[in-house]
Design a protein. Structure first.
Length: 291
């Protein structure tokens, strides 16, 4: 059945990104009025060197804001901590380096409304992720749909995501609890959302919510690009430990805007994924020998 914004709890894990939290709230209040407020926004500080704070001015809008701490490392554990304290029927997970647009929440409400008449309503929705900037790296993430999970092949009911990318996802709370949330054995960014999405798809259907848009800040440049895909490569290797799925990084070519810089970035992406995958493989073998 259709839901209201008040049925949603927003959960944001964060580590060492005070600016991201400030920008999220600044943009949220610029784009959303009281009538479209969710039940709450839960910020989970995951071992920031300087503890995260909520500006006093943000508390004056009438939105319920909680600030929690999570000692166990990794966004998986932080998201679970937020979910444990959430009151909403639906859990909206977004990353701290994303800012909402005017359709951030309403896009999900529309997607749920369109599915509500069907017999088996989805248990999770994948929102869209754009980019804040217009530089070459930001455009690469968008044009190559890096933060959009691939759809299942041969879908009979439209496009169904194979898994989820947790930068912007909405999950039915009861379904989240049925699969025991994120696997907090994933102690770093990468793979934990793929693992979660695969387990969630075993108990219900996933859908895209294309109008539920956030903009991701990729201002960490080439160094951030390398670190991100190295972590994704490690995460892919970790997922294989839990699922019968092949995530070995294979060479690929840039799609859509096939300009030279995109081809170079695609090559670098593959090499970083492969390096992370290889390093994690070695770590698993060394751990096995120590047992």
């Amino acid at each position: 059945m259709p839901i209201k914004a008040k049925d949603i709890s927003i959960i944001i894990p964060v580590k060492n990104n005070q600016r991201g939290i400030d920008e999220f709230f600044s943009q949220f209040f610029a784009e959303h009025g009281l009538a479209s407020f969710p039940a709450e926004v839960i910020i989970v500080d995951n071992n920031s060197a300087i503890p995260i704070k909520i500006q006093e001015s943000f508390k004056e809008y009438g939105l319920s804001i909680q600030l929690l701490t999570c000692v166990k490392p990794g966004p998986a554990a932080a998201r679970n901590t937020g979910a444990d304290h959430a009151q909403g029927e639906w859990l909206l997970f977004v990353d701290s380096d994303c800012v909402p647009t005017a359709t951030f929440i309403s896009g999900y409400l529309s997607a749920i409304k369109s599915e509500s008449a069907k017999e088996n309503s989805p248990v999770g929705y994948q929102g869209s992720v754009g980019a804040v900037g217009d530089d070459a790296i930001s455009n690469y993430y968008v044009s190559q749909q890096i933060l959009r999970p691939p759809k299942l092949p041969d879908c009979t009911e439209g496009s169904i995501p194979m898994c989820l990318v947790s930068a912007n996802i909405l999950i039915l709370r009861s379904a989240f609890q049925r699969v025991d949330g994120f696997n907090d054995d994933f102690l770093f960014v990468g793979g934990e959302d793929i693992d979660f999405g695969l387990r969630l798809s075993e108990i219900g259907q996933l859908k895209y919510a294309p109008n539920a848009l956030v903009l991701h800040c990729f201002d960490d440049g080439l160094v951030g690009f390398i670190r991100r895909f190295f972590a994704y490569g490690k995460g892919n290797r970790c997922v294989i430990e839990h699922h019968s799925i092949s995530l070995l990084p294979l060479p690929f070519t840039a799609k859509n805007k096939t300009i030279l810089v995109n081809h170079l970035l695609a090559l670098l992406q593959w090499l970083c994924l492969l390096a992370g995958y290889a390093v994690q493989t070695v770590e698993f073998r060394l751990a096995g020998r120590r047992k």
